[in-house]
Design a protein around this ligand. Sequence first.
Ligand code: FMN
Length: 236
Amino acid sequence: MGTYTSKKLLCTIAALPVFLLVCPFTVSAERVNAVAEDQTTLIIYYSRTGTCRIVSDMLKQSLDADVLEVFDQKDRSGRWGYFTAGLDSMLNRYTDIEPSRPDLDSYKTFIIVSPVWNWKLSVPIRTLMHGNRFDGRDLIFFTTGNNEVMKYEKYDDNAPFLKRYLRDYLRKKCEATKLFVQTTGGSIAGYYHVATKNRTLQDIELDIQKHAAAIKQRLDTRLPVSMAKHREDAGQ
Ligand SMILES: Cc1cc2nc3c(=O)[nH]c(=O)nc-3n(C[C@H](O)[C@H](O)[C@H](O)COP(=O)(O)O)c2cc1C
């Protein structure tokens, strides 16, 4: 018994320097975890025909992010689904979605992936944003559409009437979306778009990859929230 106790004592003494060495690392690892938790990112996506699902999958692969799919309870498949989607979008209607009130509290940054419907965010994504608050959070938008959103930006005021009209029309749509996002309390931290019409899947995926790398860089070089807050408080 006596030998056992002294052996135990010897082991404890021998283990002490190891414990003292490891201890500071344990503390700093906890700090790192605290920062990482602060930075958690959620990808929220809706997809009617699968393109935004590809975007979401590829973003998930390159970012350390959780994923939430939004399901429209209305059947949007086929021609009738296309028609009702267009109509609901045109009339700024909302729809029944699942989940409607997900737990978003632990996320600091949201990447919102949506198809463009009538040059707006799709109705299910607008519904989710309308029904939830994003105060003080960063929102990065990623849309897919047939065409480029910036297609007509190259035209100046000397361009033919139709080109100018379409340029101004798209600008107005973008402004309306910005105003809508403001009502959710979130701030737009980035916007990415991929056009799909007459393009191969390979080309589309290359674009998504490029944007995913840009978003990753953006998230990696972002100040930890606590540090940003400290700088803000210090008026820097
Ligand atoms: C109702 C409706 C309206 C659409 N409006 C636009 C539009 O205004 N501009 C555009 O470029 N594409 C538009 N599209 C095409 C989709 O944005 C495009 O096909 C998108 O990549 C589909 O994404 P998904 O496969 O994830 O549903 C529209 C599609 C639907 C169903």
